[in-house]
Design a protein around this ligand. Structure first.
Ligand SMILES: CCCC/C=C\CC(=O)SCCNC(=O)CCNC(=O)[C@H](O)C(C)(C)COP(=O)(O)OP(=O)(O)OC[C@H]1O[C@@H](n2cnc3c(N)ncnc32)[C@H](O)[C@@H]1OP(=O)(O)O
Length: 279
């Protein structure tokens, strides 16, 4: 068994170039010469605020800056929650300027992770709804912990919102058009075994094995000569990325208008209250 926490602590170093407040959201370490580990660490649920999204992007870029590193494992500090998706409070009664900047940070995070020269392996520990699923789908390989109560998928419609076109495209690429129609329309959250059966993830493993399996997979990818590997990734992914780069500000406008609508705000408000009200 890979001694995850001890190892991460012993080899932990801070991400440079970003504010000290931001540093606390991620831990970047390098347990082997060619593989870096990026741990999401924003309690309680690793939701993606603007600062969290910026921290994850910065950490990916920092890992890419080390020429020896060829692969990256994306994991969580919380064994039950990989990421609860976007920070809903960013979309609840927001300032317009902050909302737009928040969305740019989410776009940049997607472009950085999906377009990374590194082979990326998601060690999906527990729940991974919506933006959490986006992070996982942006990786090259996905390992999820077992436990039928854990869920992954795009549940946006249940909050009264819609996934942006590029997230829809990523979903279709990953699981195919028909399953995406069902998944998006119903806001379906899949258990690990269901997710495996529709190819949303690649492997289901025991909780205690997830990092070891992800590291092994990352080492396998890291051994592939990078020239051909990266060229293949670019061929498969550049069309989608180029389209988003071109339409970035249009997409920001779509997001802003959608979120600022009164009906959307009512839905988000009610959803947030229902989360807090569970306790
Ligand atoms: C318009 C285009 C956008 C498209 C792209 C993406 C959209 C999104 O990502 S929207 C976010 C969707 N996410 C969810 O629906 C997940 C919501 N959360 C949960 O289902 C549960 O929290 C979860 C199963 C992840 C964990 O359950 P618990 O362990 O039982 O924790 P709690 O539910 O008690 O939550 C603890 C605490 O965190 C707050 N919380 C949870 N999720 C979020 C979130 N995404 N953003 C902000 N805050 C979140 C929750 O309200 C609790 O807060 P307190 O009550 O103040 O403790």
């Amino acid at each position: 068994m890979f001694a995850s926490r001890g190892l991460l602590r012993s080899s932990r170093r801070l991400v440079g170039g970003i504010s000290s407040a931001t540093r606390t959201y991620v831990n970047l370490s390098k347990p082997s010469t060619s593989v870096a580990v990026l741990e999401l660490d924003r309690a309680p649920v690793n939701s993606l605020s603007k600062e969290m999204a910026d921290a994850v992007s910065a950490a990916i870029k920092e890992a890419e800056g080390d020429d020896k590193v060829q692969a990256l494992v994306l994991k969580s500090s919380n064994p039950k929650i990989f990421s609860a998706g976007l920070d809903i409070t960013e979309m609840n009664n927001p300032e317009v300027e902050r909302l737009e900047d928040f969305w740019r940070s989410i776009q940049d995070l997607f472009l950085t992770l999906y377009g990374s020269r590194l082979s990326t392996v998601a060690a999906i520990e527990g729940h991974s709804p919506a933006g959490g699923c986006l992070l996982a789908m942006s990786c090259d390989y996905r390992v999820m912990t077992e436990g039928e109560n854990f869920k992954i998928g795009l549940n946006e419609t249940k909050l009264g919102i819609a996934a942006p076109y590029w997230l829809k495209d990523l979903f279709v690429k990953t699981i195919g058009n028909r399953e995406a129609e069902l998944g998006l329309g119903l806001g379906k959250l899949y258990s690990p075994s269901e997710a495996l059966s529709v190819n949303l993830i690649d492997e289901v493993v025991k909780n205690e094995d997830v990092l070891e399996v992800a590291m092994k997979e990352a080492e396998t990818w890291a051994k592939i000569p990078p020239k051909g590997r990266v060229a293949s990734k670019v061929m498969l992914r550049s069309e989608m990325m180029d389209e988003l780069r071109e339409k970035k500000e249009l997409d920001v406008g779509w997001f802003r208008d959608f979120i600022m609508e009164e009906g959307t705000q009512k839905g988000i408000d009610a959803y947030l209250k229902s989360l807090g009200g569970k306790k």
